[in-house]
Design a protein around this ligand. Structure first.
Ligand SMILES: [Zn+2]
Length: 69
């Protein structure tokens, strides 16, 4: 198991629990991640799906009217 954060310098957080420097990459299946904090397993596609959701929200924020009082 390689540590995606410390060995490669990717400062990623677990998409399930939000902990940092706990996500490990299975070198035999580089599209599969394991979190040492919550014991969660997720795939590269899971991360892409999560990022796409955030992308939609951020795109909406750019067009949302300001609600300053
Ligand atoms: Zn986790």
């Amino acid at each position: 198991m390689a540590t995606a954060t410390t060995q490669r310098g990717f400062a990623v957080k677990c998409i399930a629990c939000g902990e940092g420097e706990t996500v490990r990459l299975d070198v035999h299946d580089v599209h599969s991640f394991h979190c040492g904090s919550c014991d969660g397993e997720f795939s590269a596609d899971d991360v892409r799906t999560e990022l796409a959701r955030w992308g939609k929200l951020l795109a909406w924020l750019d067009t949302a009217p300001s609600v300053e009082g």
